[in-house]
Design a binder for this molecule. Structure first.
Ligand code: SD4
Length: 293
């Protein structure tokens, strides 16, 4: 059995490429890095890699992570600037014994030393978004508030040998503070995978997703015998409810999961969350669900 699931319909090309690797018997580590790199390279996705929207100071700061569900090794980068494929840096960090999660200049020094491709990640299009936003702000004299739309990529992959991996990549929230790191590179929050159980990944308001360590929670529910669909719904409902009870509001919480047998699940507390999935069962077609809920 092999399979792959990803947040948002924009992951479809990436996942199609990753699925090609898995189908041929390639491993889930290569498949996920290929798939996420494809999304990072595409200039029109506003929350990932090249073309991602910048922070308050018009700088693109990227977060990414990679996890191997068999060894439980993970690598992550936070607030990294000017590198083309943060997911590849995260994978490289995952084979280190320590120093697996690097941020800012430290992450950039590591990536430079390891020969990763440098690239200016701010596009003209992203600059225009920034300028429009700051112009609106100057007109309305409002507070700077982060972009509420989102499309961080998170994926879980399963290969024919039973290796499962998880990966994430994002430019985080538009207009975030410099140095802000969201859930995406934080193990247990933005992603978690255990090849003996399954994996999960999240998208939405990082600050709230971290409060429930939602990806670990989903994997724990699957480990306790719930299906991926039940585990996703339970985790989202539990956190959404808790946040609303304690603070009257919950940010966007959307998740996808796959278990070691290729069964998958998805849940969200917003309208219109989409995802892309492919499994051997579904005749290897990448299948997009545009709106759930
Ligand atoms: C973050 N969770 O940095 C990310 C944002 C996101 O689609 O999911 N955007 O908080």
């Amino acid at each position: 059995m092999w399979g792959m699931i990803a947040t948002w319909r924009m992951a479809v090309e990436g996942i199609t490429e990753g699925a090609g690797t898995l189908k041929k018997g390639g491993n889930a580590a290569d498949a996920i890095v290929e798939a996420i790199s494809e999304v990072e390279d595409f200039p029109y996705y506003k929350s990932v890699g090249y073309g991602g929207l910048p922070n308050e100071e018009m700088e693109v700061e990227l977060d990414a992570a990679y996890m191997n569900g068999t060894t439980l090794d993970f690598g992550a980068v936070g607030a990294v600037k000017d590198f083309a494929n943060p997911i590849a840096i995260a994978r490289r960090l995952s084979i280190e014994k320590a120093n697996n999660f690097l941020v800012g200049i430290g992450a950039e020094k590591f990536a430079h030393k390891e020969g990763f491709e440098r690239k200016t990640m701010l596009t003209e299009r992203a600059k225009t978004h920034y300028k429009n936003r700051t112009y609106k702000l100057s007109q309305q004299e409002n507070e700077l508030t982060p972009y509420t739309g989102h499309d961080t990529v998170g994926m879980v992959a399963l290969d024919q040998e039973g290796l499962m991996t998880a990966g994430t990549s994002t430019s985080g929230l538009f207009m975030k503070k410099p140095g802000r790191v969201g859930d995406s590179p934080v193990i247990g929050s933005g992603f978690y995978v255990d090849s003996e159980i399954g994996g999960a990944t999240a998208t939405g308001l990082g600050e709230d997703l971290m409060k429930g360590m939602i990806s670990y929670e989903i994997v724990s529910f699957m480990g306790a015998g719930f299906s991926p669909q039940e585990a996703c719904e339970k985790a989202v409902d539990k956190l959404d409810k808790k946040l609303k009870e304690r603070r009257e509001e919950a940010g966007d919480l959307s998740v996808v999961a796959m278990d070691k047998d290729g069964n998958y699940g998805v849940a969200s507390n917003i309208e219109g969350f989409s995802f892309a999935v492919v499994t051997e069962n579904e005749e290897s077609e990448v299948f997009i669900v545009d709106k759930i809920k």
